[in-house]
Write a protein that binds this ligand. Structure first.
Ligand SMILES: [Zn+2]
Length: 312
């Protein structure tokens, strides 16, 4: 999603009780200012908000400005509707690599009833969430995408760390099928060495810490087709090594010889694509994190499987 669209969505949320806006309408207004008139995004946002305040006959203080965190507290499993304002008390189970500069943090929250993905905007001025800590959140907004729910932290979200631990509900899963894709960001990667960062570097840069001396790691972001649907699975370093037989040192040697890190993912693709596996592990949002795997006997013609998978 573009930055403009994310701002548009936040503005629509701010006015959700006052005006019947669509994200498209707001986006068009913002986009016009930003891309047609070259107004900086923040300024464009203020201008668009002012416009809607006028339209609704409101003062700035009348729209959602946070502070109260007065939204109803629910459990993760109860988040089953789009665009609901809600509160959660949940543990940060995992933090992932933000894909966009507009996203400050992205990861997984969990409570006794399960886990849910969260997104925190970079410009939300909220404190950094720490993995393993438990927080009481107010003014989150639910979001639905292709049947999966997530929550978004925005400028109005309240966050209060609480001194309790939560036993996060187990939602592990098992998938059996052909490995039909290994996605970009797989193979030999470099992570930021800063404390608790571990973001994957892009061209030697961490989105948070800038240029850093990265630390090598192995990872595979794979897609397994069980014949009915596809599942996204992540193999960490240990699982990648078990899957491919290529360890971290060997991968570094391969990259060094070729002066190119992408040869590692290429080799991994050649060794595994089209083969059948049973994998199991906890699910994190739409991903299954593999911590057990078994190679299965499958059709011997891997190429045929891939052709079939691509045509689905
Ligand atoms: Zn970093």
């Amino acid at each position: 999603m573009s930055d403009v669209r994310q701002h548009a969505e936040e503005i629509r949320e701010q006015f959700s009780e006052h005006l019947d806006l669509t994200t498209d309408d707001v986006e068009e207004r913002l986009d016009n200012l930003v891309n047609e008139y070259r107004v900086p995004l923040e300024e464009a946002r203020r201008s668009v908000v002012s416009h809607y305040l006028d339209e609704a006959g409101l003062e700035r203080d009348d729209i959602r400005s946070g502070g109260g965190g007065g939204t109803e507290q629910v459990n993760v499993e109860d988040v089953t509707e789009d665009e609901q304002w809600l509160g959660l008390t949940a543990k940060v189970v995992d933090l992932w690599e933000p894909r966009s500069d507009a996203v400050g943090q992205v990861g997984l929250l969990g409570d006794e009833t399960g886990t849910i993905k969260f997104t925190k905007w970079a410009d939300s001025d909220l404190p950094a969430l720490e993995e393993g800590a438990v927080y009481r959140f107010g003014n989150l907004v639910s979001d639905e995408y292709q049947g999966d729910y997530s929550v978004k932290l925005n400028r109005t979200t309240t966050i209060e760390e609480v001194e309790e631990d939560i036993e996060v509900g187990d939602d592990s899963a098992e998938v059996e099928g052909a490995l039909v894709d290994i996605q970009s960001g797989s193979g030999l990667i470099k992570r930021c060495p800063e404390d608790d960062c571990t973001r994957v570097l892009q061209n030697g840069r961490c989105s948070e810490h800038g240029e850093v001396e990265g630390e090598f790691d192995l990872r595979i972001k794979g897609v397994i087709d069980d014949g009915t649907e596809v599942h996204k699975v992540i193999f960490d370093k240990e699982a990648t090594e078990e899957l491919t037989g290529i360890g971290l040192q060997e991968a570094q040697d391969m990259a060094m010889d070729a002066l190119d890190t992408t040869v590692v993912a290429e080799e991994m693709r050649e060794q595994t694509l089209g083969l059948y596996y049973r994998v199991a592990g906890p699910t994190m949002g739409r991903y299954l994190l593999v911590n057990e795997m078994e190679r299965l006997a499958g059709p011997t013609d891997a190429e045929e499987v891939l052709i079939k998978a691509r045509s689905m």
